[in-house]
Design a protein around this ligand. Structure first.
Ligand SMILES: Nc1nc2c(ncn2[C@@H]2O[C@H](COP(=O)(O)OP(=O)(O)OP(=O)(O)O)[C@@H](O)[C@H]2O)c(=O)[nH]1
Ligand SMILES: [Mg+2]
Ligand SMILES: [Zn+2]
Ligand SMILES: [Zn+2]
Length: 438
């Protein structure tokens, strides 16, 4: 069986529309790419092939049969969308390191190491035991040296990259190979669902030979990015360091993030709201009363995205009511209560909205199928947590250990010196005595 080294699909010459298609002349070549990978690399043309959730599970369950080291790759910009449901089961026979990718997108003020404790805990809550946590940008190469040094040291000879679609698994593995080759081995693209099957490659990492395995990404159907075409993705998915979009909002105002998400500020105190979304995504502010009309009739003209083609498949927006605790007591029960210390409203695959806890009542409209996730403020709260408490603890233990060892050494040295002095004195006394005796 011949497989495409770019996406892992089984190569075939029968069906042009099925994964792994190549022309019969290309088929006879050594290591050919399938037509989909070829077109994607050379013309940026994307042919969408969906790998269903069952196929996905079947494919990655091979990790259980041939265990290795697993790099569980997360997109720092889409952490909730990066968690694979049932990951603990897939990973039960492997040692796992977390690779938090795309740190180049984080605003400058964020020190990634400060996120470690929280991210580790979020993943461990899902039952996955985590060894190391690495912060990288597979795109720029930042942090790759540490991963390479680590992988060169681990005993496992097989290394898997596992993660949901689009977190950057293939880009990361290409980085591990790049020293020896210029052209990318694994096909990457901004459209979730690029890699189709498991596909491997032998590579020298710091003098150690390892087999690295790329895996397909899970498509969850719960991320806004999964309904967009490549053109829309170029606008909606951040590609450069984020510039937080800060808006001073008053009651009865609406913010549209393109036509992808709608945020209504119904009542409360005028306040700053920060939108952490792609710098290119059109943000449109309007009066609340005008919002339905814009949403219904002026979509292409004002909101621009999703494009006409994507709009046909884009789920309709459903309202999620929100209010801070102070107001909520007077409201009905289908209202999400917001912490008065501020929260992030997560927009899976798109970014998030930060509220700072001032009195607020409003509605977040998300595409049907996208769950509402509310978390502590990622920037300015989680990002200010002290550096990994556990490593601090072990650092502390190490310190006391070192000083204890030093004390032991010191007292041993003193004892030895005393013993030496005693011995010398004894020898002297003995010889004196001997002299006297003779
Ligand atoms: N900004 C940024 N983008 C990245 C980084 N790593 C990958 N990307 C982009 O993320 C997108 C997805 O990358 P891939 O490597 O194809 O992701 P994948 O996890 O292999 O995706 P599937 O094969 O679909 O599961 C591409 O547009 C990459 O350019 C990174 O460190 N920073
Ligand atoms: Mg891939
Ligand atoms: Zn291919
Ligand atoms: Zn589109």
């Amino acid at each position: 069986m011949k497989i495409c080294s770019g996406c892992g699909a089984e190569l075939q010459i029968q069906d042009e529309n099925a994964p792994g298609y190549v022309t019969s002349s290309a088929f006879t070549r050594e290591n050919p790419l399938c037509r989909r990978c070829f077109r994607l690399r050379h013309y940026g043309e994307f042919i969408r092939v969906q790998l269903g959730a069952d196929d996905y599970r079947q494919e990655v369950s091979r990790i259980r049969e041939v265990p290795g080291r697993v790099l569980y790759v997360l997109d720092v910009f889409d952490l909730s969308g990066s968690m694979i449901p049932g990951a603990a089961d897939i990973l039960r026979s492997c040692e796992v390191d977390l690779v938090v990718n795309k740190i180049d997108l984080l605003p400058r003020e964020v020190v990634p190491a400060r996120l470690e404790h929280w991210i580790r805990r979020e993943v461990e809550k899902t039952g996955v035991q985590v060894n190391g946590v690495f912060f990288v940008s597979a795109e720029t190469g930042k942090g790759m040296k540490e991963i390479k040094e680590h992988l060169a040291r681990v005993p496992e000879s097989i290394i898997y990259a596992l993660g949901t679609a689009n977190v950057g698994k293939s880009t990361l593995l290409n980085r591990l190979i790049r020293n020896s080759r210029e052209e990318s081995v694994f096909t990457t693209s901004r459209v979730p669902g690029t890699t189709l099957r498991m596909v491997g490659q032998k590579v020298e990492i710091e003098g150690n030979t390892k087999q690295i395995m790329d895996t397909p990404g899970l498509l969850q159907g719960t991320r806004i990015s999964e309904w967009l075409c490549p053109k829309c993705l170029k606008i909606a998915v951040p590609r450069a360091q984020l510039r937080p979009r800060i808006y001073q909002l008053r009651p009865a105002q609406t913010i549209f993030l393109g036509g992808l998400v709608r945020f209504d500020f119904v009542s409360g105190a005028p306040q700053s709201v920060v939108f952490y979304v792609s710098n290119e995504l059109p943000v449109h502010r309007t009066k609340l009363e005008r919002a339905p009309e814009i949403q219904e009739h002026r979509h292409q003209e004002i909101l621009k995205i999703p494009c006409r083609d994507c709009q046909e498949n884009y789920p309709s927006l459903l309202p999620h009511k929100l209010a801070t605790r102070r107001i909520v007591s007077a409201l009905s029960s289908n209202v999400q209560v917001l912490d008065v210390h501020g929260v992030d409203l997560v927009l899976p695959g798109l970014g998030w909205i930060t509220l700072f806890g001032s009195r607020f009542e409003g509605t977040l409209w998300l595409p049907e199928g996208v769950p509402l996730t509310i978390r502590r403020r990622f920037i300015g709260d989680i990002s200010r947590l002290p550096i990994e408490r556990r490593s601090q603890l072990s650092l502390h233990r190490q310190k006391t250990f070192t000083s204890a060892t030093e004390t032991t050494f010191r007292s041993e040295r003193i004892q030895t010196q005393r013993r030496d002095t005693r011995n010398k004195a004894e020898i002297r006394n003995r010889s004196l005595k001997r002299g006297r005796d003779h």
